[in-house]
Design a protein. Structure first.
Length: 66
């Protein structure tokens, strides 16, 4: 943060509070994104397992054709 911005925040408690709340919100959003990425990864893994169970793997399909 540059000096002019820091002075502005130091001299304006409402602005400091507002910026603090935005930064806190940003932290919550980042945590939510990380959680969603993990859920997405778990869903992809589960779908891959389901697909292999239902349709088999390529090697299993090759064996069935012979």
């Amino acid at each position: 943060m540059n000096k002019k911005t820091k002075d502005l925040i130091d001299n304006n408690p409402d602005l400091a509070s507002y910026i603090s709340s935005i930064l806190e919100e940003n932290t919550h959003i980042k945590k939510a994104i990380i959680s969603l990425e993990k859920q997405n990864e778990n869903l992809r893994f589960s779908l891959d397992k389901i697909h292999k169970t239902v349709f088999g793997t390529k090697s299993e399909k090759t064996k069935q054709k012979k």
